[in-house]
Design a protein around this ligand. Structure first.
Ligand SMILES: Cc1ncc(COP(=O)(O)O)c(C=O)c1O
Length: 388
C-alpha cells in the first residue's frame, strides 16, 4: 500500500492516490476484493499470532485501505468500519457506557439514533436525556457525574439546526465525557469536527461514499488511539463485520467523492436560494441560506454545504403535500441521500421532536443528486403547479 498521511495535497488528490497497492507487473488500481471467512496458514502456531489477521471477520486489505482513507478524511488516528451508518451511530456509544450512566443526545438527531437511546440504552439502565441543539456551552448545566457520552449531529436531521461544536465538546471533555458527532451531512469534506474538539466523528458511508443508493456502510473516525481501541474491542466482542464487496464499493466511491459532493452541494445551494423566493415556501432550512438562523455559526465552522435540506411549505394539507411529492418526476420518493438520484420526502409523519409543533407548516426534505440544477428547479415548479 502506498499509505501514509499526506497533508500537502487537496482532498481530491489524496483520495485518488491513498490506499492503493504499489504498482508491480500489472497491479490492479485498487486492492483486490478477498472473500473469505476461513484464512489458511501453513504453520499451526501462526493461527494464534496477534500481529496478523486470523479470520475473515477481522477484515481484509480492502478494509485496511478504507480505514486509511477515513482517517485521512478528518485527520483521525483510527477508523472503525461498520455494516451500516446506524451501527456507526450506536456501536461507539456502547464502548463508553455502563448501567447507571447518563447520555446526552441532541433533540435534532437522526430518528434511529434517538430510538436506540430511548429503547436499547434505557433497557441497559443508561439514562438518555435529549437536549436543545442550540444549547451551546449551556450544556454544562446538564452534565452529571455519570454523564459518559455527549452525542451531537450538525446540522440536525430533517430540521438542520447548527450546533456550537467547539463549545459543547469543550464542556464534555472537561467533564470527562466522550463527544461523538454524526457528521454524515458534510461527508467530512466541509466540516472537520475532530479539529473542533469532538472525540469521534461518525458517517453513514451509505450516502456520499457509496454514492449510488445501492449499499449500506458506516464508519467512525477517532481523534485518539485510546478511543479507537475501545471501538475496535466492542466491535470484536459483538462480532461486527462488513462485507469486503461493500467495503470495496465505498473505497471506490472515495476516488470520486469530492467531485460528486461539490456538484450536489452546489445544486442544493441553488435550489435552496430559488425555493426561498417561492410563494409556496415559508422557510428554507438550509444552513447555507443567508436567512437560516444559524447561518453565521455555519459560516464559522463549515467550509461549504451538503446536498440535503428541507423547506417549510405554506399551509397546506398532508394530502396536498403528498400530491406535490407524487407530482415530482425527477425526484425519487425514498429515504437517504448522497446518491446520483435526487430524492424528496414528506417529513411530518416522522417528526417526533419536541419542537416539531413549532414549525409553521409542513416539512419537505430534498436530497440533490447529480441531475442538472435547472432541470430539478423546473421539476419542482411543475409539481407545485400540478398540486396547486
Ligand atoms: C444523519 C444520518 N446518520 C445515520 C444514518 C444511517 O445510515 P444507514 O442508512 O447507512 O444505516 C442516516 C441515514 O439516513 C442519516 O441520515
Amino acid at each position: 500500500m502506498t499509505d501514509g498521511r499526506d497533508n500537502q495535497h487537496d482532498a481530491s488528490t489524496r483520495f485518488a492516490h491513498l490506499g492503493r497497492p504499489r504498482p508491480g507487473l500489472g497491479t490492479p488500481v485498487n486492492p483486490a476484493v478477498e472473500r473469505a471467512s476461513t484464512l489458511l496458514f501453513e504453520r499451526s502456531e501462526d493461527l494464534y499470532r496477534d500481529d496478523i489477521r486470523g479470520y475473515g471477520r477481522h477484515g481484509s486489505n480492502v478494509h485496511d485501505a478504507l480505514k486509511t482513507l477515513f482517517c485521512e478524511l478528518e485527520g483521525g488516528a483510527t477508523a472503525q468500519l461498520y455494516p451500516s451508518g446506524v451501527m456507526a451511530c450506536t456501536q461507539p456509544v456502547l464502548s463508553f457506557v455502563k448501567p447507571g450512566d447518563h447520555v446526552l443526545l441532541t433533540d435534532s438527531a437522526y430518528g434511529p439514533t434517538r430510538f436506540f437511546g430511548q429503547t436499547f440504552l434505557r433497557q441497559m439502565g443508561v439514562e438518555l436525556e435529549l437536549y436543545d441543539p442550540h444549547i451551546g456551552a449551556g450544556i454544562a448545566d446538564l452534565m452529571r457525574d455519570t454523564t459518559s457520552v455527549v452525542l451531537l449531529e450538525s446540522p440536525g436531521s430533517l430540521t438542520f439546526e447548527i450546533q456550537d461544536i467547539p463549545a459543547i465538546c469543550a464542556v464534555a471533555r472537561e467533564a470527562g465525557a466522550v463527544s461523538i458527532i454524526d457528521n454524515t451531512w458534510s461527508a467530512g469534506l466541509t466540516l472537520n469536527p475532530l479539529a473542533l474538539g469532538a472525540d469521534i466523528s461518525t458517517h453513514s458511508a451509505t450516502k456520499y461514499f457509496g454514492g449510488h443508493g445501492d449499499l449500506l456502510f458506516g464508519a467512525a473516525i477517532c481523534a485518539g488511539e485510546e478511543h479507537g481501541a475501545k471501538l475496535a474491542k466492542t466491535a470484536k466482542q459483538l462480532g461486527v463485520a462488513s462485507s469486503p464487496d461493500d467495503a470495496y464499493q465505498v473505497l471506490r466511491g472515495f476516488r470520486s467523492v469530492t467531485t460528486r459532493f461539490a456538484k450536489q452541494a452546489a445544486t442544493a445551494q441553488a435550489l435552496a436560494i430559488w425555493l426561498g423566493q417561492h410563494a409556496e415556501v415559508l422557510q428554507v432550512l438550509h444552513p447555507g441560506h443567508p436567512d437560516h438562523p444559524d447561518h453565521a455559526l455555519w459560516q464559522r465552522d463549515f467550509t461549504g454545504g451538503g446536498c440535503l435540506f428541507s423547506v417549510v411549505l405554506t399551509e397546506r394539507s398532508h394530502a396536498r403535500v403528498d400530491a406535490f411529492i407524487n407530482a415530482l418526476r425527477l425526484f425519487g420518493i425514498g429515504y437517504s441521500y448522497g446518491g446520483f438520484e435526487s430524492l424528496a420526502i414528506h417529513c411530518d409523519p416522522q417528526l417526533k421532536r419536541r419542537h416539531a409543533d413549532a414549525l409553521p407548516g409542513p416539512l419537505v426534505r430534498f436530497a440533490c443528486g447529480l441531475e442538472d440544477a435547472d432541470d430539478l428547479i423546473a421539476d419542482i415548479e411543475q409539481a407545485f403547479a400540478a398540486s396547486a
